[in-house]
Structure formats: C-alpha cells, structure tokens
Design a protein around this ligand. Structure first.
Ligand code: UDP
Length: 233
C-alpha cells in the first residue's frame, strides 16, 4: 500500500538511528554497545578461557556461550529478573548467528563467554544484541571471518518495513505485524539467522532478504567505524 505511513515518520526502508561504540567495559576482554533508536544493547566478551567444570571440556574444540537478558528497567512493565524461555531462546539463536564466523577448533577445551544485556528495549533487541556481540568479539581480538550484522524486517498491512519498533511490532490492523529477524555475515550472502514471527508468502522472502542486505550494509559501516575509532586511539 503506497500511502502507508509509519508512526515514527520513517520511510519504509529507513532504519532507526544507529549508534555503536566499542571498549565500553574495561574489565572485559572485548565489549561494545549498539543501539537502534531506543533499543540499546551492551555486550561483553570473556575468553577464550578454560571451560569449567573440566568434564565439559572438548579437546577438539572450544565453545561459544551466549547469555542474553533484558534488564528489569529496560521495558515499561518491569521485567522479572532472571532467565526465561524467551531469554534462553534468544541466547541460543545469538550463538547460532555468531558461531559461523568463528573457528572454535582453534581454542580446544575453552569457552568464549558473551554476555548480552538490553539496557533499553523498543523491539529489535535480539538484532541489536547480535550487532553488539559481533563487535565485542572483534574488539576482544578473536579471529573472525567477518562481522555479523543483524536486522529485523517486518510486514505491516502488506508493506515491508525495515527495523520495526515496539509500536510497529504491536500493530494490529489488517494482517497484523510480521517480524522477520535476520543475521548475515557481512559482505556475503551467508545468512546465519532467519526467524519468523507471523506469516509471510514464500515469494516475498526474496524481497525481505534484499531489504535486509541493504540494511546490513549500513550496519556494517557503523560497526567498522566503531572499531576504527578504538584502533586509532
Ligand atoms: N518486551 C517487553 N517485555 C518482555 C519482553 C519483551 O516489553 O518481557 C518488549 C521489548 O520492547 C522487546 C519487544 O517486546 O524489544 C519485542 O520482543 P521480542 O520477543 O519480539 O524480541 P525482540 O524484537 O526484542 O528481538
């Protein structure tokens, strides 16, 4: 629908303002903050370090262990502290999104811990978290094939829109909102995460991926700039 207007005034393909900075947690081996508008994620990397308990160690490979959580004050209705099914799911998909760029076999018997916390949530927290975590891994000096970039594409009343905010995610007219979070290896056609909440016609998926590709190119530029800022200091 050509006349569709987003409540934020953004165009259909316009992302929220991005911000990225690395080195925000001095105690961590690597750290980064990444935001899409009012959604703010912070990530800290520790390791590779010996995995404990020892019986979990694998002499053939290291492991990537992600812990994602929303802080209680990050949302309007206070979130009960502690893990939930949602946080477990997002931790797992974040691991899957990031693992393909790492060569964990280089670090046998170890774990790379990635802590992702959402300081402020306005939808798109898993994608902001993946962008922050990818930057934090690079800042930790862990060899990576490339950065991972992540964005959500949605469908509101038959319109494809990039980077849904919470008001858009909750949109409930027409067919309702569909949310399609995607992660990919930068500068490649290798997708490391495709999730779908809602309905989408198979023939539209290609268009969704094209929009995600363009958005990921922009995210990659923001990530590279943040890494450059720290290496030039
Ligand atoms: N949300 C919330 N309380 C919760 C979980 C989520 O208010 O306990 C909000 C928050 O703004 C989040 C949004 O709902 O960003 C969408 O959550 P979803 O599970 O779809 O994941 P996300 O879009 O954040 O990756």
């Amino acid at each position: 629908m050509v006349n569709f207007k987003r409540s934020s005034g953004r165009t259909l393909t316009e992302m929220r303002k991005m911000y990225a900075k690395v080195g925000v947690i001095p105690n961590a081996d690597g750290s980064a903050i990444f935001s899409f508008g009012d959604t703010v994620a912070i990530a800290a990397v520790y390791g590779p370090r010996q995995l404990h308990p020892q019986h979990m160690q694998d002499p053939a490979t290291g492991i990537l262990r992600v812990n994602y959580d929303l802080l209680s004050f990050s949302v309007y209705e206070r979130k009960k502290p502690g893990p939930s099914r949602r946080s477990q799911e997002i931790s797992k998909v974040t691991e899957w999104a990031l693992s393909p760029v790492l060569d964990l076999k280089e670090f046998p018997n170890t774990v790379i811990d990635v802590q992702v916390y959402i300081l402020q949530a306005d939808a798109g927290t898993r994608t902001a978290g993946i962008n922050a975590a990818s930057l934090a891994l690079a800042h930790a000096g862990i060899p990576m094939r490339n950065l991972v970039c992540s964005i959500s594409v949605g469908k509101l009343d038959k319109n494809l829109v990039v980077d849904l905010d919470k008001e858009e995610e909750d949109y409930d007219e027409g067919e309702g909102a569909t949310d399609f979070p995607i992660a990919k290896i930068a500068n490649s056609d290798k997708y490391t995460l495709l999730q779908l909440d809602g309905k989408i016609q198979p023939e539209v998926v290609k268009k969704v991926l094209d929009l995600a590709d363009k958005a990921c190119d922009e995210i990659y530029e923001v990530q590279k700039k943040a890494l450059k800022e720290v290496t030039e200091q």
